[in-house]
Design a protein around this ligand. Sequence first.
Ligand code: SAT
Ligand code: MN
Length: 602
Amino acid sequence: MDTDSHALSHHPKLKSWIDECAKLCKPDRIVWIDGSEEEKNRLEAEAVKTGEFVKLDDKKFPGCFYHRSSSNDVARTEHLTFICSRRKEDAGPTNNWMPPEEGYRRAGATLAGSMKGRTMYVIPFSMGVVGSPFSKIGVQLTDSLYVVLNMRIMTRVGKPVLDALGNDGEFTKCLHGKADLDISKRLILHFPDDNAIWSVGSGYGGNALLGKKCLALRIASNLARKEGWLAEHMLILGIEDKTGHTEYITAAFPSACGKTNLAMLVAPEALKAKGYKVWTVGDDIAWLKPGPDGRLWAMNPEFGFFGVAPGTNSRTNPHAMDTVRKNTIFTNTLLGKDGSVWWEDGDGEPPAEGWDWMGRPWTPGQKDAEGKPIVGAHPNSRFTAPASQCPSISSHWQDPQGVPISAVIFGGRRQHLAPLVYQSFDWAHGVFVGASMASERTAAQVGKLGEVRRDPMAMLPFCGYNMADYFGHWLEMGRAVPNPPKIFHVNWFRKDENGKFLWPGYGENLRVLEWILGRCKGQGKAQKTPIGHVPAADALDLTGLKISPKAMEKLLDVRPEDWDQELDGVEGFFRRFDERMPQEMWSQFQNLKSRLKPPVHA
Ligand code: SAT
Ligand code: MN
Protein backbone atom coordinates (compact mmCIF):
# COMPACT_ATOMS: atom_id res chain seq x y z
CA MET A 1 0.00 0.00 0.00
CA ASP A 2 1.22 3.45 -0.93
CA THR A 3 0.42 5.85 1.87
CA ASP A 4 2.19 8.82 0.46
CA SER A 5 1.47 9.46 -3.20
CA HIS A 6 -1.72 11.43 -2.59
CA ALA A 7 -0.66 13.04 0.66
CA LEU A 8 -1.76 16.65 0.80
CA SER A 9 0.62 17.58 3.56
CA HIS A 10 4.32 17.51 4.28
CA HIS A 11 3.88 17.81 8.04
CA PRO A 12 6.37 15.13 9.22
CA LYS A 13 4.58 14.40 12.52
CA LEU A 14 1.21 14.16 10.79
CA LYS A 15 2.58 11.81 8.18
CA SER A 16 4.36 9.52 10.61
CA TRP A 17 1.23 9.34 12.78
CA ILE A 18 -0.87 8.36 9.75
CA ASP A 19 1.73 5.71 8.85
CA GLU A 20 1.57 4.33 12.36
CA CYS A 21 -2.24 4.15 12.32
CA ALA A 22 -2.23 2.58 8.85
CA LYS A 23 0.22 -0.06 10.07
CA LEU A 24 -2.18 -0.88 12.87
CA CYS A 25 -5.51 -0.80 10.98
CA LYS A 26 -4.22 -2.08 7.62
CA PRO A 27 -6.56 -0.27 5.24
CA ASP A 28 -6.36 -1.16 1.52
CA ARG A 29 -5.95 2.49 0.63
CA ILE A 30 -5.68 5.96 2.13
CA VAL A 31 -7.69 8.87 0.79
CA TRP A 32 -7.07 12.46 1.86
CA ILE A 33 -10.16 14.66 2.10
CA ASP A 34 -9.60 17.93 0.25
CA GLY A 35 -13.02 19.49 0.91
CA SER A 36 -13.89 20.10 -2.77
CA GLU A 37 -17.37 19.86 -4.33
CA GLU A 38 -16.08 17.27 -6.79
CA GLU A 39 -15.01 15.13 -3.86
CA LYS A 40 -18.40 15.53 -2.18
CA ASN A 41 -20.25 14.29 -5.26
CA ARG A 42 -17.87 11.38 -5.67
CA LEU A 43 -18.14 10.26 -2.04
CA GLU A 44 -21.93 10.60 -2.00
CA ALA A 45 -22.20 8.44 -5.10
CA GLU A 46 -19.92 5.91 -3.46
CA ALA A 47 -21.99 5.88 -0.27
CA VAL A 48 -25.12 5.24 -2.33
CA LYS A 49 -23.34 2.38 -4.07
CA THR A 50 -22.29 0.74 -0.81
CA GLY A 51 -25.78 1.18 0.63
CA GLU A 52 -24.64 3.51 3.43
CA PHE A 53 -26.71 6.30 1.88
CA VAL A 54 -30.09 6.35 0.21
CA LYS A 55 -30.61 9.31 -2.07
CA LEU A 56 -33.86 11.11 -1.29
CA ASP A 57 -36.29 12.47 -3.85
CA ASP A 58 -34.32 15.18 -5.61
CA LYS A 59 -37.29 17.48 -6.11
CA LYS A 60 -38.53 17.45 -2.54
CA PHE A 61 -35.14 16.96 -0.85
CA PRO A 62 -32.42 18.26 -3.17
CA GLY A 63 -28.95 17.05 -2.24
CA CYS A 64 -30.29 15.06 0.73
CA PHE A 65 -29.44 11.53 1.86
CA TYR A 66 -30.73 9.01 4.34
CA HIS A 67 -28.61 6.80 6.58
CA ARG A 68 -29.60 4.11 9.03
CA SER A 69 -27.11 3.21 11.73
CA SER A 70 -26.90 -0.17 13.39
CA SER A 71 -29.83 -0.58 15.82
CA ASN A 72 -27.55 -0.83 18.87
CA ASP A 73 -25.71 2.30 17.78
CA VAL A 74 -28.20 5.15 17.88
CA ALA A 75 -27.03 7.35 20.77
CA ARG A 76 -23.88 8.22 22.67
CA THR A 77 -22.74 5.44 24.99
CA GLU A 78 -21.46 7.26 28.05
CA HIS A 79 -20.62 4.04 29.92
CA LEU A 80 -18.14 3.20 27.13
CA THR A 81 -16.59 6.67 27.09
CA PHE A 82 -13.34 7.14 29.00
CA ILE A 83 -10.86 9.82 29.96
CA CYS A 84 -7.42 8.23 29.81
CA SER A 85 -5.46 10.74 31.84
CA ARG A 86 -2.28 9.51 33.48
CA ARG A 87 -3.78 9.77 36.95
CA LYS A 88 -7.29 8.60 37.81
CA GLU A 89 -7.94 11.58 40.06
CA ASP A 90 -7.44 13.93 37.11
CA ALA A 91 -10.47 12.38 35.39
CA GLY A 92 -12.49 12.79 38.58
CA PRO A 93 -15.40 10.82 40.00
CA THR A 94 -17.87 11.67 37.22
CA ASN A 95 -15.80 10.30 34.34
CA ASN A 96 -14.94 6.73 33.48
CA TRP A 97 -11.19 6.35 33.62
CA MET A 98 -8.76 3.95 32.03
CA PRO A 99 -4.95 4.09 32.17
CA PRO A 100 -3.65 5.34 28.79
CA GLU A 101 -1.63 2.15 28.13
CA GLU A 102 -4.69 0.00 28.72
CA GLY A 103 -6.79 2.23 26.45
CA TYR A 104 -4.30 2.02 23.59
CA ARG A 105 -3.92 -1.73 24.13
CA ARG A 106 -7.63 -2.57 24.25
CA ALA A 107 -8.76 -0.31 21.42
CA GLY A 108 -5.60 -1.22 19.50
CA ALA A 109 -6.50 -4.92 19.66
CA THR A 110 -9.89 -4.17 18.08
CA LEU A 111 -8.44 -1.79 15.50
CA ALA A 112 -5.67 -4.18 14.45
CA GLY A 113 -6.31 -5.17 10.84
CA SER A 114 -9.88 -3.85 11.11
CA MET A 115 -9.62 -1.72 7.96
CA LYS A 116 -8.58 -4.59 5.68
CA GLY A 117 -10.56 -4.28 2.47
CA ARG A 118 -11.55 -0.73 3.43
CA THR A 119 -10.42 2.82 2.80
CA MET A 120 -8.92 4.98 5.52
CA TYR A 121 -9.96 8.57 5.00
CA VAL A 122 -7.80 11.40 6.33
CA ILE A 123 -9.97 14.34 7.34
CA PRO A 124 -8.10 17.50 8.30
CA PHE A 125 -10.65 19.69 10.10
CA SER A 126 -10.77 22.99 11.91
CA MET A 127 -12.99 23.74 14.87
CA GLY A 128 -13.60 27.44 14.34
CA VAL A 129 -12.73 29.60 11.35
CA VAL A 130 -9.71 28.21 9.47
CA GLY A 131 -6.52 29.98 10.46
CA SER A 132 -7.97 31.92 13.42
CA PRO A 133 -5.83 31.86 16.57
CA PHE A 134 -9.05 30.91 18.44
CA SER A 135 -9.53 27.74 16.37
CA LYS A 136 -8.17 24.23 16.95
CA ILE A 137 -7.18 21.79 14.26
CA GLY A 138 -7.83 18.07 14.34
CA VAL A 139 -7.14 15.29 11.87
CA GLN A 140 -9.57 12.38 11.92
CA LEU A 141 -8.73 9.03 10.38
CA THR A 142 -11.82 6.95 9.74
CA ASP A 143 -13.07 4.00 7.72
CA SER A 144 -16.62 5.37 7.64
CA LEU A 145 -17.91 7.27 4.63
CA TYR A 146 -20.88 8.35 6.72
CA VAL A 147 -18.48 9.98 9.16
CA VAL A 148 -16.58 11.70 6.34
CA LEU A 149 -19.75 13.14 4.84
CA ASN A 150 -21.03 14.28 8.24
CA MET A 151 -17.69 15.83 9.19
CA ARG A 152 -17.78 17.76 5.91
CA ILE A 153 -20.99 19.41 7.12
CA MET A 154 -20.19 19.73 10.81
CA THR A 155 -16.64 21.09 10.52
CA ARG A 156 -14.48 23.03 8.09
CA VAL A 157 -12.38 20.41 6.28
CA GLY A 158 -9.73 19.84 3.68
CA LYS A 159 -6.87 21.61 1.99
CA PRO A 160 -7.25 25.06 3.62
CA VAL A 161 -6.97 23.36 7.03
CA LEU A 162 -3.71 21.65 6.05
CA ASP A 163 -2.39 24.96 4.76
CA ALA A 164 -3.21 26.54 8.13
CA LEU A 165 -1.50 23.62 9.88
CA GLY A 166 1.70 24.11 7.90
CA ASN A 167 4.59 21.73 8.49
CA ASP A 168 4.69 21.79 12.25
CA GLY A 169 1.30 22.97 13.59
CA GLU A 170 -0.36 21.34 16.61
CA PHE A 171 -3.35 19.08 15.93
CA THR A 172 -5.57 16.63 17.80
CA LYS A 173 -4.94 13.07 16.60
CA CYS A 174 -8.35 11.48 16.08
CA LEU A 175 -8.48 7.80 15.12
CA HIS A 176 -11.87 6.26 14.41
CA GLY A 177 -12.60 2.72 13.27
CA LYS A 178 -16.01 1.14 12.91
CA ALA A 179 -14.42 -2.28 13.47
CA ASP A 180 -17.47 -4.54 13.36
CA LEU A 181 -19.71 -2.12 15.31
CA ASP A 182 -19.62 -4.65 18.12
CA ILE A 183 -20.96 -2.94 21.26
CA SER A 184 -18.94 -5.28 23.48
CA LYS A 185 -15.77 -3.83 21.94
CA ARG A 186 -16.97 -0.24 21.64
CA LEU A 187 -14.67 2.31 23.30
CA ILE A 188 -14.56 6.11 23.06
CA LEU A 189 -11.21 7.12 24.54
CA HIS A 190 -9.68 10.52 25.22
CA PHE A 191 -5.98 10.99 25.92
CA PRO A 192 -5.65 14.59 27.12
CA ASP A 193 -1.91 14.24 27.73
CA ASP A 194 -1.34 13.15 24.12
CA ASN A 195 -3.97 15.43 22.55
CA ALA A 196 -5.50 12.28 21.05
CA ILE A 197 -8.85 10.54 20.66
CA TRP A 198 -9.47 6.89 19.76
CA SER A 199 -12.97 5.72 18.98
CA VAL A 200 -13.81 2.13 18.00
CA GLY A 201 -16.93 0.09 17.40
CA SER A 202 -19.46 2.88 16.81
CA GLY A 203 -20.50 4.83 13.76
CA TYR A 204 -22.94 7.18 15.44
CA GLY A 205 -23.00 10.93 16.15
CA GLY A 206 -21.09 12.06 19.19
CA ASN A 207 -19.28 8.69 19.36
CA ALA A 208 -17.84 8.95 15.87
CA LEU A 209 -17.84 12.58 14.67
CA LEU A 210 -14.76 13.27 16.74
CA GLY A 211 -14.68 17.03 16.21
CA LYS A 212 -17.87 17.44 18.18
CA LYS A 213 -18.12 16.22 21.78
CA CYS A 214 -14.73 14.47 21.83
CA LEU A 215 -12.55 17.33 20.58
CA ALA A 216 -14.65 20.49 20.99
CA LEU A 217 -15.65 19.58 24.55
CA ARG A 218 -13.65 16.79 26.23
CA ILE A 219 -10.22 17.59 24.78
CA ALA A 220 -10.93 21.33 24.42
CA SER A 221 -12.00 21.63 28.07
CA ASN A 222 -8.51 20.43 29.00
CA LEU A 223 -6.87 22.91 26.63
CA ALA A 224 -9.19 25.67 27.83
CA ARG A 225 -8.21 25.13 31.44
CA LYS A 226 -4.53 25.36 30.54
CA GLU A 227 -4.98 28.37 28.27
CA GLY A 228 -7.53 30.34 30.31
CA TRP A 229 -10.84 29.96 28.47
CA LEU A 230 -13.99 27.81 28.60
CA ALA A 231 -15.22 25.04 26.26
CA GLU A 232 -18.93 24.65 26.94
CA HIS A 233 -22.01 22.66 25.88
CA MET A 234 -23.89 25.84 24.98
CA LEU A 235 -25.87 27.43 22.20
CA ILE A 236 -25.16 31.05 21.26
CA LEU A 237 -27.84 33.45 20.10
CA GLY A 238 -28.19 37.15 19.43
CA ILE A 239 -31.24 39.27 20.21
CA GLU A 240 -31.55 42.40 18.13
CA ASP A 241 -33.78 45.17 19.44
CA LYS A 242 -35.67 47.83 17.51
CA THR A 243 -32.66 50.14 17.46
CA GLY A 244 -30.62 47.49 15.64
CA HIS A 245 -28.47 46.76 18.68
CA THR A 246 -27.77 43.07 19.36
CA GLU A 247 -27.01 41.44 22.71
CA TYR A 248 -25.72 37.87 22.88
CA ILE A 249 -26.58 35.02 25.21
CA THR A 250 -25.15 31.53 25.70
CA ALA A 251 -27.23 28.74 27.18
CA ALA A 252 -26.29 25.28 28.46
CA PHE A 253 -28.87 22.49 28.39
CA PRO A 254 -28.34 18.74 28.38
CA SER A 255 -28.66 16.93 25.03
CA ALA A 256 -32.17 16.88 23.54
CA CYS A 257 -33.57 19.63 25.80
CA GLY A 258 -34.24 22.13 23.02
CA LYS A 259 -30.92 23.93 22.46
CA THR A 260 -31.44 23.92 18.69
CA ASN A 261 -34.98 25.26 19.09
CA LEU A 262 -33.87 28.04 21.41
CA ALA A 263 -30.94 28.96 19.16
CA MET A 264 -33.33 29.36 16.20
CA LEU A 265 -36.18 30.95 18.13
CA VAL A 266 -38.82 32.93 16.22
CA ALA A 267 -40.27 35.88 18.13
CA PRO A 268 -43.99 35.66 18.95
CA GLU A 269 -46.12 38.38 17.31
CA ALA A 270 -46.25 40.67 20.34
CA LEU A 271 -42.47 40.73 20.64
CA LYS A 272 -41.94 40.99 16.91
CA ALA A 273 -44.10 44.10 17.08
CA LYS A 274 -41.62 45.54 19.58
CA GLY A 275 -38.91 45.10 16.95
CA TYR A 276 -37.07 42.01 18.20
CA LYS A 277 -35.18 39.66 15.90
CA VAL A 278 -33.28 36.59 17.00
CA TRP A 279 -30.02 35.48 15.34
CA THR A 280 -28.43 32.06 15.56
CA VAL A 281 -24.69 31.82 16.21
CA GLY A 282 -24.47 28.18 17.36
CA ASP A 283 -26.73 25.42 18.70
CA ASP A 284 -24.51 23.08 20.70
CA ILE A 285 -20.98 24.20 21.56
CA ALA A 286 -19.47 27.52 22.61
CA TRP A 287 -15.84 28.41 23.21
CA LEU A 288 -15.69 31.42 25.53
CA LYS A 289 -12.65 33.63 25.85
CA PRO A 290 -11.87 36.84 27.68
CA GLY A 291 -11.84 39.74 25.21
CA PRO A 292 -9.65 42.85 25.23
CA ASP A 293 -12.72 44.85 26.38
CA GLY A 294 -12.93 42.94 29.67
CA ARG A 295 -15.96 40.94 28.58
CA LEU A 296 -16.37 37.26 27.76
CA TRP A 297 -16.68 36.46 24.03
CA ALA A 298 -18.14 33.28 22.57
CA MET A 299 -17.61 31.53 19.25
CA ASN A 300 -19.22 28.46 17.71
CA PRO A 301 -16.47 26.04 16.68
CA GLU A 302 -18.85 24.01 14.49
CA PHE A 303 -19.93 24.47 10.88
CA GLY A 304 -23.29 22.66 10.90
CA PHE A 305 -26.12 21.40 13.07
CA PHE A 306 -26.58 17.83 14.25
CA GLY A 307 -30.12 18.25 15.54
CA VAL A 308 -32.79 15.93 16.93
CA ALA A 309 -35.49 15.33 14.29
CA PRO A 310 -38.57 14.15 16.25
CA GLY A 311 -40.50 17.12 17.58
CA THR A 312 -38.99 19.46 15.00
CA ASN A 313 -41.76 21.00 12.87
CA SER A 314 -42.86 24.33 11.41
CA ARG A 315 -44.42 25.35 14.69
CA THR A 316 -41.62 24.35 17.10
CA ASN A 317 -38.73 25.34 14.85
CA PRO A 318 -39.55 26.77 11.41
CA HIS A 319 -35.93 27.84 10.85
CA ALA A 320 -34.68 24.30 11.38
CA MET A 321 -37.28 23.04 8.90
CA ASP A 322 -35.99 25.53 6.35
CA THR A 323 -32.38 24.62 7.14
CA VAL A 324 -32.89 20.92 6.37
CA ARG A 325 -34.67 21.35 3.04
CA LYS A 326 -31.49 20.64 1.05
CA ASN A 327 -27.94 19.22 1.42
CA THR A 328 -28.91 17.40 4.61
CA ILE A 329 -28.17 13.92 5.94
CA PHE A 330 -31.02 12.30 7.87
CA THR A 331 -30.07 9.51 10.26
CA ASN A 332 -32.53 6.95 11.69
CA THR A 333 -35.72 8.78 10.80
CA LEU A 334 -38.49 7.01 8.89
CA LEU A 335 -37.69 6.49 5.21
CA GLY A 336 -40.68 6.70 2.85
CA LYS A 337 -40.94 4.50 -0.23
CA ASP A 338 -41.38 7.74 -2.18
CA GLY A 339 -37.87 8.88 -1.24
CA SER A 340 -39.02 11.13 1.60
CA VAL A 341 -38.15 11.21 5.28
CA TRP A 342 -40.57 11.68 8.15
CA TRP A 343 -40.51 11.69 11.94
CA GLU A 344 -42.94 11.76 14.81
CA ASP A 345 -44.26 15.20 15.67
CA GLY A 346 -42.86 16.57 12.43
CA ASP A 347 -44.66 18.24 9.54
CA GLY A 348 -47.41 16.71 7.44
CA GLU A 349 -48.72 13.22 7.06
CA PRO A 350 -46.37 10.23 7.12
CA PRO A 351 -45.78 8.54 3.76
CA ALA A 352 -48.25 5.74 3.00
CA GLU A 353 -45.48 3.16 3.15
CA GLY A 354 -41.92 3.17 4.32
CA TRP A 355 -39.24 1.59 6.51
CA ASP A 356 -38.77 2.45 10.16
CA TRP A 357 -35.42 3.37 11.73
CA MET A 358 -34.58 -0.31 11.99
CA GLY A 359 -35.35 -0.90 8.32
CA ARG A 360 -38.58 -2.81 8.92
CA PRO A 361 -41.57 -2.18 6.62
CA TRP A 362 -43.76 0.45 8.25
CA THR A 363 -47.20 1.89 7.57
CA PRO A 364 -48.92 4.70 9.49
CA GLY A 365 -50.81 3.54 12.57
CA GLN A 366 -48.90 0.27 12.91
CA LYS A 367 -49.08 -1.20 16.42
CA ASP A 368 -46.96 -3.73 18.28
CA ALA A 369 -48.21 -6.91 20.00
CA GLU A 370 -49.27 -4.88 23.04
CA GLY A 371 -51.19 -2.41 20.91
CA LYS A 372 -48.63 0.38 21.30
CA PRO A 373 -47.88 2.50 18.22
CA ILE A 374 -44.61 1.58 16.49
CA VAL A 375 -42.59 4.74 15.94
CA GLY A 376 -41.13 5.31 12.49
CA ALA A 377 -38.18 7.43 13.62
CA HIS A 378 -35.87 6.70 16.54
CA PRO A 379 -36.43 9.35 19.28
CA ASN A 380 -32.76 10.35 18.87
CA SER A 381 -32.87 10.39 15.06
CA ARG A 382 -30.98 13.35 13.66
CA PHE A 383 -30.43 15.76 10.80
CA THR A 384 -26.99 17.01 9.78
CA ALA A 385 -27.27 20.33 7.97
CA PRO A 386 -24.96 23.21 7.05
CA ALA A 387 -25.29 26.15 9.47
CA SER A 388 -25.07 28.54 6.53
CA GLN A 389 -28.50 27.32 5.35
CA CYS A 390 -30.25 28.54 8.51
CA PRO A 391 -32.46 31.56 7.74
CA SER A 392 -31.68 33.08 11.15
CA ILE A 393 -27.91 32.57 10.96
CA SER A 394 -26.14 35.60 12.43
CA SER A 395 -23.96 37.73 10.17
CA HIS A 396 -21.37 37.36 12.96
CA TRP A 397 -21.41 33.57 13.23
CA GLN A 398 -18.03 33.28 11.54
CA ASP A 399 -16.34 36.17 13.31
CA PRO A 400 -13.09 34.53 14.46
CA GLN A 401 -13.21 36.12 17.91
CA GLY A 402 -16.93 35.41 18.39
CA VAL A 403 -19.51 37.71 19.94
CA PRO A 404 -19.59 39.47 23.35
CA ILE A 405 -21.80 37.70 25.89
CA SER A 406 -24.22 39.51 28.21
CA ALA A 407 -25.86 36.52 29.89
CA VAL A 408 -25.10 32.86 30.52
CA ILE A 409 -28.10 30.61 31.04
CA PHE A 410 -28.14 27.17 32.65
CA GLY A 411 -31.21 25.02 32.18
CA GLY A 412 -32.46 21.55 32.89
CA ARG A 413 -35.57 19.53 32.31
CA ARG A 414 -37.33 19.50 35.68
CA GLN A 415 -41.02 18.69 36.09
CA HIS A 416 -40.95 20.11 39.59
CA LEU A 417 -38.77 22.37 41.68
CA ALA A 418 -37.01 24.91 39.45
CA PRO A 419 -38.98 28.05 38.57
CA LEU A 420 -39.24 29.33 35.02
CA VAL A 421 -36.27 31.62 35.51
CA TYR A 422 -34.06 33.02 38.24
CA GLN A 423 -30.93 35.13 38.36
CA SER A 424 -27.92 34.29 40.48
CA PHE A 425 -26.68 36.88 42.96
CA ASP A 426 -23.20 37.08 41.43
CA TRP A 427 -20.67 35.09 39.38
CA ALA A 428 -19.64 32.69 42.16
CA HIS A 429 -23.28 31.99 43.03
CA GLY A 430 -23.93 31.51 39.30
CA VAL A 431 -21.15 28.93 39.14
CA PHE A 432 -22.81 27.15 42.07
CA VAL A 433 -26.18 27.26 40.24
CA GLY A 434 -24.51 25.69 37.19
CA ALA A 435 -22.64 23.14 39.29
CA SER A 436 -25.80 22.00 41.07
CA MET A 437 -27.88 21.69 37.91
CA ALA A 438 -29.88 18.52 37.31
CA SER A 439 -32.05 17.23 34.50
CA GLU A 440 -34.25 14.31 33.50
CA ARG A 441 -32.56 11.90 31.11
CA THR A 442 -33.46 12.07 27.39
CA ALA A 443 -33.02 9.72 24.44
CA ALA A 444 -29.69 11.34 23.46
CA GLN A 445 -27.82 8.98 25.75
CA VAL A 446 -28.30 5.31 26.49
CA GLY A 447 -29.98 4.80 29.88
CA LYS A 448 -33.25 5.12 31.77
CA LEU A 449 -35.42 7.92 30.36
CA GLY A 450 -36.76 10.52 32.75
CA GLU A 451 -34.41 9.72 35.63
CA VAL A 452 -33.15 12.90 37.32
CA ARG A 453 -29.41 13.08 37.25
CA ARG A 454 -27.06 15.86 38.24
CA ASP A 455 -25.63 17.38 35.11
CA PRO A 456 -23.49 20.38 36.06
CA MET A 457 -23.39 23.02 33.33
CA ALA A 458 -24.83 20.26 31.04
CA MET A 459 -21.21 19.07 30.92
CA LEU A 460 -21.44 15.85 32.95
CA PRO A 461 -20.74 13.65 29.89
CA PHE A 462 -18.40 16.16 28.25
CA CYS A 463 -15.98 17.59 30.81
CA GLY A 464 -12.61 16.03 30.02
CA TYR A 465 -11.13 16.40 33.50
CA ASN A 466 -12.03 16.42 37.19
CA MET A 467 -15.17 18.49 37.53
CA ALA A 468 -14.04 19.87 40.90
CA ASP A 469 -11.14 21.51 39.03
CA TYR A 470 -13.62 22.57 36.36
CA PHE A 471 -15.75 24.43 38.92
CA GLY A 472 -12.52 25.99 40.21
CA HIS A 473 -11.67 27.07 36.68
CA TRP A 474 -15.10 28.67 36.26
CA LEU A 475 -14.58 30.61 39.52
CA GLU A 476 -11.16 31.68 38.28
CA MET A 477 -12.62 32.90 34.98
CA GLY A 478 -15.01 35.14 36.94
CA ARG A 479 -12.00 36.72 38.62
CA ALA A 480 -10.06 37.03 35.35
CA VAL A 481 -12.85 38.76 33.42
CA PRO A 482 -13.53 42.27 34.77
CA ASN A 483 -17.01 42.41 33.26
CA PRO A 484 -18.36 38.86 33.17
CA PRO A 485 -21.86 37.96 31.93
CA LYS A 486 -24.70 37.64 34.44
CA ILE A 487 -25.72 34.05 35.17
CA PHE A 488 -29.32 32.75 35.08
CA HIS A 489 -31.16 29.44 35.39
CA VAL A 490 -34.26 28.54 33.37
CA ASN A 491 -36.69 25.63 33.34
CA TRP A 492 -39.15 25.45 30.43
CA PHE A 493 -40.39 22.05 31.58
CA ARG A 494 -42.22 22.63 34.87
CA LYS A 495 -45.52 20.72 35.07
CA ASP A 496 -48.72 21.24 37.03
CA GLU A 497 -50.31 18.66 39.34
CA ASN A 498 -51.98 17.03 36.30
CA GLY A 499 -48.68 16.52 34.54
CA LYS A 500 -49.25 19.29 32.00
CA PHE A 501 -46.50 21.70 31.00
CA LEU A 502 -47.16 25.10 32.55
CA TRP A 503 -45.12 27.13 30.07
CA PRO A 504 -45.73 26.99 26.28
CA GLY A 505 -41.99 27.16 25.49
CA TYR A 506 -40.47 27.54 22.00
CA GLY A 507 -40.84 31.09 20.60
CA GLU A 508 -42.52 32.25 23.82
CA ASN A 509 -39.20 31.73 25.60
CA LEU A 510 -38.16 35.09 24.18
CA ARG A 511 -40.34 36.66 26.87
CA VAL A 512 -37.99 35.20 29.44
CA LEU A 513 -34.89 36.21 27.47
CA GLU A 514 -36.23 39.76 27.33
CA TRP A 515 -36.42 39.85 31.11
CA ILE A 516 -32.92 38.37 31.33
CA LEU A 517 -31.43 41.05 29.07
CA GLY A 518 -33.31 43.70 31.02
CA ARG A 519 -31.70 42.42 34.23
CA CYS A 520 -28.27 42.64 32.59
CA LYS A 521 -28.94 46.36 32.06
CA GLY A 522 -30.13 46.86 35.62
CA GLN A 523 -33.80 46.80 34.59
CA GLY A 524 -36.46 44.08 34.84
CA LYS A 525 -38.43 43.90 38.05
CA ALA A 526 -37.53 41.05 40.36
CA GLN A 527 -38.24 39.61 43.73
CA LYS A 528 -35.50 38.19 45.88
CA THR A 529 -35.92 34.56 46.94
CA PRO A 530 -33.50 32.22 48.73
CA ILE A 531 -32.35 30.75 45.39
CA GLY A 532 -31.94 34.02 43.48
CA HIS A 533 -33.93 36.80 41.81
CA VAL A 534 -37.21 35.66 40.25
CA PRO A 535 -39.28 37.94 37.98
CA ALA A 536 -41.85 40.06 39.86
CA ALA A 537 -45.43 38.97 39.15
CA ASP A 538 -45.87 41.52 36.35
CA ALA A 539 -42.27 41.61 35.09
CA LEU A 540 -42.59 39.33 32.04
CA ASP A 541 -44.27 40.73 28.95
CA LEU A 542 -47.16 38.28 28.42
CA THR A 543 -48.98 40.29 25.73
CA GLY A 544 -50.90 38.00 23.41
CA LEU A 545 -50.15 34.88 25.45
CA LYS A 546 -53.00 32.94 27.00
CA ILE A 547 -51.67 31.97 30.39
CA SER A 548 -53.54 32.26 33.67
CA PRO A 549 -52.13 34.25 36.57
CA LYS A 550 -52.41 31.02 38.57
CA ALA A 551 -50.12 29.20 36.11
CA MET A 552 -47.65 32.10 36.23
CA GLU A 553 -47.66 31.93 39.99
CA LYS A 554 -46.88 28.21 39.87
CA LEU A 555 -44.16 28.78 37.31
CA LEU A 556 -42.36 31.33 39.46
CA ASP A 557 -43.01 29.68 42.79
CA VAL A 558 -39.99 28.86 44.97
CA ARG A 559 -40.93 26.38 47.69
CA PRO A 560 -38.24 26.13 50.36
CA GLU A 561 -39.48 22.67 51.43
CA ASP A 562 -38.82 21.26 47.92
CA TRP A 563 -35.40 22.87 47.84
CA ASP A 564 -34.57 21.28 51.14
CA GLN A 565 -34.71 17.89 49.46
CA GLU A 566 -32.74 19.20 46.50
CA LEU A 567 -29.99 20.24 48.91
CA ASP A 568 -29.44 16.61 49.86
CA GLY A 569 -28.94 15.74 46.21
CA VAL A 570 -26.47 18.58 45.72
CA GLU A 571 -24.59 17.74 48.91
CA GLY A 572 -24.28 14.08 47.95
CA PHE A 573 -23.00 15.07 44.52
CA PHE A 574 -20.49 17.62 45.85
CA ARG A 575 -19.16 15.11 48.41
CA ARG A 576 -18.06 12.82 45.60
CA PHE A 577 -15.26 15.27 44.88
CA ASP A 578 -13.75 15.07 48.39
CA GLU A 579 -11.12 17.71 49.19
CA ARG A 580 -10.71 18.60 45.55
CA MET A 581 -14.03 20.54 45.61
CA PRO A 582 -13.29 24.29 45.85
CA GLN A 583 -14.19 25.66 49.26
CA GLU A 584 -16.17 28.41 47.54
CA MET A 585 -18.66 25.82 46.26
CA TRP A 586 -19.28 24.63 49.82
CA SER A 587 -19.67 28.22 51.04
CA GLN A 588 -22.27 28.78 48.33
CA PHE A 589 -23.99 25.59 49.44
CA GLN A 590 -24.05 26.71 53.08
CA ASN A 591 -25.31 30.16 52.08
CA LEU A 592 -28.19 28.66 50.14
CA LYS A 593 -28.98 26.36 53.01
CA SER A 594 -29.19 29.21 55.48
CA ARG A 595 -31.19 31.37 53.08
CA LEU A 596 -33.70 28.53 52.79
CA LYS A 597 -33.79 27.91 56.53
CA PRO A 598 -32.79 31.06 58.37
CA PRO A 599 -31.47 30.18 61.84
CA VAL A 600 -34.16 30.50 64.51
CA HIS A 601 -33.23 33.07 67.16
CA ALA A 602 -34.40 32.52 70.68
O1 SAT B 1 -24.58 12.51 19.49
S1 SAT B 1 -24.17 13.87 19.87
O2 SAT B 1 -23.33 13.84 21.05
O3 SAT B 1 -23.43 14.50 18.79
C1 SAT B 1 -25.54 14.82 20.17
C2 SAT B 1 -25.81 15.04 21.60
O4 SAT B 1 -26.02 14.08 22.35
O5 SAT B 1 -25.85 16.21 22.01
MN1 MN C 1 -25.16 18.47 22.56
